[in-house]
Design a protein around this ligand. Structure first.
Ligand code: GLT
Ligand code: MN
Ligand code: MN
Length: 390
């Protein structure tokens, strides 16, 4: 069945191997789905209409594979990609599963672990680039602490910076056309993870040797876990020219890391996010970093993947409808009631004259405080549009 919500390549919908390959394991229970080999995951993603597939090094190549095994796996994977018509836009490193990384990777207190993490990442970058990746994600899941008696956070940031600087230089040295994207998260699996929010990552990027090479990969669930407004984080990343990638999913505030299907929890936030991305003309991947409920079999996994993309496309249509809604647009136009006189007298760049004129100006403060903004109506109209009665 194909309708106007059918995903097409130009929508740039991608999934990680680890997303459709999630087996339903949780801290309290065993897997509920059998393993999904990477070539099968690619087939499934091709079937549901995704554009691309992303992976951690060890989603594809077992950590203890020989070089010959690695090359064989890459050959088979390439074949599956070709058959399914999928590309690999992003890759990343698993620096969290192996017990070697139990105290972090780039920020571990053990210098040998830090060196191993760099070595593993260089190999994983080679692998990603070999398969076509142009974005390389760094999610520092184990980069943190349970107790700050054990690691100095300032020292950890220095180590983190050194590692990213080293890897930027490595990628440049190889002539790779690659951009790095840091993915913040406040906690889980560590008690507290460094660079916990998009804002923290943006601040850190400015301290790097090659800040132009590094941006962010914000995830809906992660900012939400921190109790923050995801759209505001995205807007700041966009404003800074740093929205290199995005992880779409959903999450209830105050819960464990849920990674639900996009739009599963807060449709209105999802709508405003899609509207923002579409309005500003974000050209990057729409990556769904989510997984099916533990209750599902692989038919349910397909429902999950289709649901992510379908919801995005429906919300995209709603965003266009919102932009074209005469009543909504009239309310927006009324908002600032700008007759241009304020801008003429005080707007634009600073000048001593403007400052003096502004200081001498008189304002009708009571009138400024008395006016209504019409936000209740605007928000209700938005709700009604989303509820399908407009
Ligand atoms: C892990 C994490 C995600 C990250 C992935 C990239 S791995 O599943 O929960 O948010 O994006 O390392
Ligand atoms: Mn997550
Ligand atoms: Mn993610």
């Amino acid at each position: 069945m194909s309708d106007r919500y059918t995903p097409r390549p130009e929508h740039k919908f991608t999934f990680g191997l680890w997303t459709v390959g999630n087996l339903g394991r949780d801290p309290f229970g065993e897997p509920t789905r059998p393993p999904l080999p990477p070539v099968e995951a690619v087939r499934l993603l091709g079937e549901v209409g995704a554009y691309g597939v992303n992976f951690h090094d060890n989603d594809l190549i077992p950590i203890d594979a020989t070089p010959a095994e690695r090359d064989q796996i890459v050959r088979e994977f390439r074949g599956a990609l070709r058959e399914a018509g999928l590309v690999v836009p992003m890759a990343t490193t698993n620096l969290f599963s192996d017990p070697a990384f139990k105290d972090g990777a780039f920020t571990s207190n053990d210098p040998k672990v830090r060196a191993y993490a760099l070595q593993k990442t260089m190999h994983a970058i080679d692998l990603g680039v070999e398969l076509g990746a142009e974005t390389y994600v760094f999610w520092g899941g184990r980069e943190g602490t349970e107790s700050d008696t054990n690691k100095n956070p300032a020292e950890s940031l220095k180590r983190f910076r050194e590692a990213i600087n080293f890897l930027c230089a490595y990628a440049q040295d190889q002539g790779y056309k690659l951009r790095f994207a840091l993915e913040p998260k406040p906690n889980e699996p560590r008690g507290d993870i460094y660079l916990a929010t998009v804002g923290a990552a943006l601040g850190f990027i400015a301290t790097l040797d090659h800040p132009e090479m590094v941006g962010v990969n914000p995830e809906v669930a992660h900012e939400t876990m921190a109790g923050l407004n995801f759209l505001h984080a995205i807007a700041q990343a966009w404003d800074a020219g740093k929205l290199f990638h995005i992880d779409l999913n959903d999450q209830v505030v105050g819960r464990y890391d849920q990674d639900f299907r996009f739009g599963a929890v807060n449709l209105k936030s999802a709508f405003l996010l899609v509207k923002f991305l579409e309005d500003v003309g974000y050209q990057g991947m729409r990556h769904f970093d989510a997984h099916a409920y533990r209750t599902e079999d692989y038919a349910g996994v397909e429902d999950f993947a289709r649901g992510c993309m379908r919801t995005y496309l429906i919300l995209k249509e709603k965003a266009a409808q919102w932009n074209a809604d005469a009543e909504i647009q009239a309310l927006l136009r009324e908002l600032p009631q700008d007759d241009g006189s304020t801008a003429a007298a005080f707007g634009g760049a600073y000048s001593a004259e403007k400052a003096a004129a502004l200081k001498a100006a008189s304002f009708d403060r009571a009138a400024l405080g008395a006016r209504g903004y019409g936000y209740e109506r605007l928000d209700q109209l938005t709700n009604e549009l989303l509820l399908g009665v407009r």
